[in-house]
Design a protein around this ligand. Sequence first.
Ligand SMILES: [Fe+2]
Ligand SMILES: [Zn+2]
Length: 501
Amino acid sequence: MSMPRLSSPRVLASPWKNASASFTPKHINLHVNYRGLSTVLRPSPQQQQQQQPLQFTRRFSSPVESAAEGPQDAVAEKQEMVVETEGIPAANRTENIPPKVKKFLGYIEMEFVVKGRPAIAFYGEFWLRDNCQCPKCIHPDTRQRSVDTFKIPQDVSANKVRYESRAVVVDWSDGHTGVYPIFWLLAHQNKSPERPYPSKPGPSLRRFRKFHPTDPNSPYPTVTHEEVMTDNKAVFDWLEKIYDWGFCFVEGVPVEPEATQKLIERIAFVRHTHYGGFWDFTADLSFKDTAYTTEFLGAHTDNTYFTDPARLQLFHLLSHTGGQGGESLLVDGFRAAQLLKLENPQHAKALYKYRQPFHSSGNEDTCIQPAIQYPVFVTHPTFKRQLYQIRWNNYDRAAKVDWSSKEQEEWYTAARHFNEIIQRKDLEIWTQLQPGTALIFDNWRMLHGRSEFIGKRRMCGGYVNNDDFLSRYRLLKFGREAVLRNLGNTYNSESNPNMLF
Ligand SMILES: [Fe+2]
Ligand SMILES: [Zn+2]
């Protein structure tokens, strides 16, 4: 499989070629060419007005490519202050093109060349000092911030800016020399001082593939135990399938709890809950929850009663003796939500809007409730309208009080519609679990259930946290270097490792 990588930008190298000058009533612009980079030297308006000795802002532009995504919008001209950029561009990467730098009151503008086009970026001045990337400010081993933010003078300001070996170097007024690699600046730019980006989410922030249970040419996403246990590339493939399809089977798992637990731990440690860590259980109602009975279980998501529901859930049937039944059910909640919106946008809106209380109170010593109430369709707080989690569990829903009878009617009508959609034959994925084949699914997306059974079943499995799943997936997909380069970056792009939800 191919692992996405940042592409290598190129710059044509050539020696100084020529220089020319143009004159306007207030400006003298010097145009020079250095190694294929055209450079304009010109004084700032203040220098002209105050008749100071001329200092120049260097401007470079050249056809280059870069993987970094950046805003391309034109920005209204502001008053320019004196900043110099120095340094000689070398070698052959975007990072070797010095940006044009201008300083304004409270923020700094840098103009990069990305994919052959100018890309203007803004950085708050105090923010830039606080986020210095030098080894004194970011601990090289722990990657933690070591600068004491609140010891930086509030009015800290950039005295001088220069370019040195793929980084912008800033002499700050507090005496510190700040270092900002170009790749880091590109990954942390703002669209304008007033409007941070992303201003709008793209339409496909959370990509997913739809599995069609009624299509015989739709094979189940599957990996083998042997590959996953021996090869990190296979783990990546496994996680990619879970992320894209919402579920995946693992074949050839030794029929024992220890091997099943080790399989989960190829992703991350097993999440403990009030039901324990790794489970190995029979339907004995050891925990007072419908999951521990032999009854039919309608499609639901787990952990609606947690502030942070488990992201993954793995089941492995170890044995089923003296009976039958107990088929496993999966329903793609994202697809069901899409259908609901298509068939009745008002119904979808009601499930986004009204928050429900959930609880887990079956055992004497627990009564778990989330810190806040959540709607059935949870949208991303930054990327509005982006659905990233389904919470659907009619068993664990408590009695909501804080809504009017009109609101109640709206929600129940919408919920009835959704409940009808998730029971459609072309959405229900029914499978019979077999010893040796584990099923893992995304509990933030897929609803699961099972048919009634008779006999004695022994089932084992466990949960994995969202953060730990995404950490593993992100690092395998993008590599540690790209992940570290983009810490905090929220630009909506497939190449941004943070755009996994
Ligand atoms: Fe469940
Ligand atoms: Zn520093």
